[in-house]
Design a binder for this molecule. Structure first.
Ligand SMILES: [Zn+2]
Length: 475
């Protein structure tokens, strides 16, 4: 009697597990896998974008970004072995290999041992691999999917690792050269042009033509916006309308190429890399515009999934949080309306101010006019007398001393621009605690074949392990 009761209980539990798993477990191997990484994108960058979009579009209620409506939603820890605050190298390694490492380490553990990554597993399991970013193709996040280096600034070595890897399609802004790293005698001094030549010599079709990249047949492809110098593509907010090298266009090209070339399915990683740069600048509107384009790329995956409904998996996550962005510091309010007239990033505004300075403009009203046109200060956002005094002091200082500027890690802002951004943040009741990263949880969203498996993830290292297992392999 007791035995049969036990069997009944066992069957009941098995039934519950099946119900809990639902459609998700019926088919375990997705043929097409999209892995989105918003660099520096945590919960507030997503929610802030949704709030900003609603106000900008005059809607009374916020509209969720596509991925934040996924039914499978989770959050994960992301600390590295060297610090509770990770960097893009250690976090990228965790997201690509399932192993935690020290900050600045790419594809190796903290003792320097090379690690297997998702590209290795994918190609063993018959998937063709694509990597897309809007920063350099050998920047931290993409290089974790093919490279091994105990120094994220060892850019030439990472290019060699890419050449040796099975990555079929790669796209980004540029090939980073040694000017991008510290001035250290250990580094091989090579230029972007020389690195591009290395890629071409290996028989890879390196091109600046998005259309050509998408249509190339039977060859590995490297698509970059610039193969002459290490320069990143402009922020979404700074586009003049004609740019063909965008994260969206590069993602479209990757999907077209992989849909045609990959006979047995593909694994495509897409990184919103400039999102992190904008958050390092504490530039909210520029960050939101990058999040929006990242979501447009997820739209491409959703459209693809609609055509391949039982074969596609979409995973969206981030490597870490950047900027310590908080929504609301003042009087129980967020006032996104203060931001809707910002038309230029802090970096674009810095260029404008520097241009004016080089033209010898010495009238404060010219600078006031520029800040008004680019950021909506005075014309849209009232500026208090003490804040205007601060900006004016910055203006006088730029003639007295040629810098120093505020170091935002990737970019340097003029003090006047940095202070103008702070005034805007204050007006919107948005605050930032860091010019770098924080140790905050990162979000995880999944949709499609095997999505429920991601509910089990507690740390970011479990995400690639889950993807590898769904592929039928192991990291
Ligand atoms: Zn990062």
């Amino acid at each position: 009697m007791k035995k049969s009761l036990n069997i009944l209980l066992l069957l009941a539990f098995a039934g519950m597990a099946l119900v809990a798993c639902g459609d998700c477990c019926k088919q375990s191997r997705p043929k097409y896998i999209f892995y989105f990484i918003g660099d520096g994108m945590s919960f507030n960058h997503v929610l802030g974008t949704e709030q900003y979009n609603a106000v900008k579009q005059g809607k009374s209620e916020i509209e969720r970004l596509n991925f934040s409506t996924f039914e499978t939603r989770n959050f994960v820890t992301n600390y590295s072995t060297s610090n509770p605050v990770t960097d893009s190298a250690a976090a990228g390694t965790a997201l690509a290999t399932g192993v935690k490492t020290a900050n600045s380490y790419i594809g190796v553990d903290d003792r320097g041992t090379e690690l297997r990554n998702l590209t290795d597993v994918a190609s063993e399991e018959g998937y063709m691999v694509g990597l897309v970013t809007n920063v350099g193709i050998n920047h931290a996040t993409p290089s974790c999917f093919y490279g091994h280096s105990s120094d994220r600034f060892g850019f030439p070595k990472l290019v060699d690792d890419y050449i040796e890897s099975p990555v079929a399609f790669i796209a980004g802004s540029t090939i980073m050269d040694m000017k991008s790293g510290p001035d250290d005698p250990r580094y091989e001094k090579v230029t972007t042009v020389q690195l591009a030549e290395r890629i071409r010599k290996a028989g890879i079709a390196l091109t600046l033509d998005v259309e050509e990249a998408a249509k190339t047949e039977g060859k590995r492809v490297a698509l970059v916006a610039n193969d002459k110098e290490n320069r990143h593509v402009p922020y979404v907010i700074d586009r003049k309308g004609k740019e063909v090298h965008t994260l969206l266009n590069h993602s479209k090209a990757a999907i077209e190429y992989l849909s045609r070339e990959a006979k047995d399915g593909f694994f495509l990683m897409i990184e919103g890399g400039k999102l992190d740069y904008a958050a390092h600048e504490q530039d909210a509107v520029t960050t939101f515009a990058e999040v929006n384009e990242f979501a447009q790329c997820v739209d491409l995956a959703l459209a693809f999934a609609a055509e391949h409904p039982d074969e596609t998996l979409i995973v969206v996550t981030a490597d870490h949080e950047t900027g310590g962005m908080s929504l609301g510091w003042d009087n129980y309010e967020i006032r996104m309306n203060a931001l809707i007239k910002q038309r230029a990033s802090a970096i674009e505004m810095t260029k404008i101010v520097q241009q004016m300075r080089s033209e010898g403009k010495r009238d404060w009203n010219d600078y006031k006019q520029a800040l008004s046109e680019g950021f909506g200060l005075w014309s849209h956002v009232p500026v208090r007398a003490e804040d205007e005094k601060l900006l004016k002091d910055d203006f006088y200082n730029i003639f007295l001393k040629y810098g120093p500027m505020v170091d935002g890690l990737y970019n340097k802002s003029e003090f006047m621009v940095y202070d103008a951004i702070r005034i805007l943040n204050k007006a919107a009741s948005i605050d930032w605690t860091s010019l770098y990263h924080t140790g905050m949880y990162t979000p995880l969203y999944a949709k499609g074949v095997g999505e429920c498996r991601f509910l089990e993830c507690r740390d970011q290292t479990e995400i690639p392990k889950t993807i590898a297992s769904l592929m039928g392999g192991e990291l």
